[in-house]
Design a protein around this ligand. Structure first.
Ligand code: PMP
Length: 433
């Protein structure tokens, strides 16, 4: 038997912690928006738990409630608890489509169950997803994600050849149809062609995993209309947008309610939590009384419920989202000014503190193919590497393989942090240009 020094496969507990170019990231302590690296250096975090830590690391009131539960009332038991009812009520209060709620341990589980529920409810099997939209490492939807090597292999009917997003997946998933985002014509023709076989259309209502690409005006409305006409379920993956672009998520922002919605990340602010929610009628497919079990050893664990309830209370404080949107604007404007001053084209688009920086673009990319066409990958990587080596910013301008990962600010960042980040970016631009 071979024993390597580090028993973690690939030297990491979670593969996403191995950043491109800079390698596995080890943090030994964290508070608010500061992280301490194994080297002892302290940096300002711009990844923030992949967007989940809306209240920062160690939010005092949340930590207090978690500590209390751990020390006093039994935290790891399964079974129902009043805390679970309270959390479901909070979700329903803010998100009108969430008439019935089930909890999961991750966003991936929420999207996995969403597809099962949609198939069970409609009795149909085909599902439409959009290129570049990421729904977690869920086999059913893990095609044509941000890691596609050849985006936009377009077929004559306007759909895209499915491309597995990881190894170990079938080359040709039977019931998945992939369509370019914001392509009205392609989605119309897919719905016409398959309308009696389609269980669901699933999307990130703002494509936050490819540098924040918003839907074209009318796109989401048109999906809603076509789903209604053809008894297809509309599923919003709000894992990133939920409780980030507002308490009512993207549904509230666009004024369009889905039939099913998936939550994670900011819903819980770091707790190992996700949720699937939807209309009472559709959620009847969940057992009991329906045929789709949503359960597991850790599902709805009391500590997770307590943690998330405490986090929700903080997010509900007056002024929370005003403050977050102000930071979003400051950061977006900062990027625009800094790249303009350096004479580098960059299109900036951000929502709820998640700001996409499309270096190389002078206008809004509307889908994955347009992102890839103009993204100045070399400059983006060079800036990221330079900033990681020289400054005090952690994960700032982190790139993915084919597109930018948005920069994340949360309620614990400040105007001064943003000014400092822009000053370091200016210096990096001068060094690498
Ligand atoms: N959906 C979206 C939109 C996501 O961004 C992610 C994670 N990046 C997921 C689902 C999966 O969530 P989790 O990491 O909790 O499995």
């Amino acid at each position: 038997m071979s024993r390597t020094k580090d028993p973690r496969a690939g030297g990491a507990a979670a593969g996403w912690n191995v950043f491109p170019e800079t390698g596995a990231q080890t943090i030994v302590a964290a508070n608010a928006n500061r992280v301490m690296l194994a080297s002892g250096q302290t940096k300002t975090d711009y990844v923030m738990g992949w967007g989940s830590l809306m209240l920062g690391h160690n939010p005092a009131r949340v930590s207090e409630k978690v500590a209390q539960a751990v020390s006093s009332s039994g935290f790891a038991y399964q079974y129902e608890s009043p805390d679970g009812i309270r959390l479901a009520e909070t979700l329903r209060r803010h998100y009108p489509a969430a008439e019935a709620v089930r909890f999961t341990n991750s966003g991936l589980e929420a999207t996995m169950y969403a597809i099962r529920v949609a198939r069970a409810y409609t009795g149909r099997s085909k599902v439409v997803k959009f290129e570049g939209h990421f729904h977690g490492l869920n086999d059913a939807l893990l095609y044509n994600i941000d890691a596609s090597e050849r985006p936009g292999r377009r077929k004559v009917d306007g759909t895209l050849a499915p491309m597995p997003g990881t190894g170990g997946l079938p080359e040709n998933p039977r019931d998945l149809i992939v369509v370019p985002f914001n392509d009205f014509e392609a989605i119309n023709s897919v719905v016409q062609a398959y309308r009696t076989d389609l269980a669901a259309i699933v999307l990130e209502p703002i494509a936050m995993n490819i540098g924040c690409v918003a839907p074209d005006p009318g796109f989401i409305e048109s999906l809603r209309e076509q789903c209604d006409k053809n008894d297809i379920l509309l599923i919003f993956d709000e894992v990133l947008t939920g409780f980030r672009v507002g308490l009512g998520g993207a549904a509230e922002r666009f004024g369009v309610q889905p039939d099913l919605a998936c939550f994670g990340k900011a819903f819980g602010c770091g707790a190992p939590l996700g949720a699937l929610a939807g209309s009472s009628a559709v959620m009847e497919a969940v057992e009991p009384p329906g045929v789709v079990p949503i359960s597991g050893t850790n599902t709805g664990r009391r500590l997770t419920m307590i943690w998330a309830n405490a986090a929700m209370e903080e997010l509900e404080q007056p002024g929370t989202y005003e403050r977050l949107f102000e930071l979003n604007e400051l950061l977006s404007e900062g990027f625009r000014r800094t790249f303009r001053d350096a004479g580098v084209p960059a299109y900036i688009e951000g929502y709820g503190g998640r700001v996409g920086v499309h270096i190389g673009h002078d206008k809004r990319p509307r889908n994955m193919a347009q992102i890839c066409e103009k993204w100045n990958r070399d400059l983006h990587y060079a800036l990221y590497k330079d900033l990681a080596a020289n400054g005090s910013l952690f994960g700032f301008l982190l790139p993915l393989r084919l597109c930018p990962e948005p920069v994340t600010v949360t309620l614990v960042h400040s105007k001064d942090d943003i000014e400092e980040a822009m000053s370091q970016l200016r210096a990096a631009l001068a060094r690498v240009s």
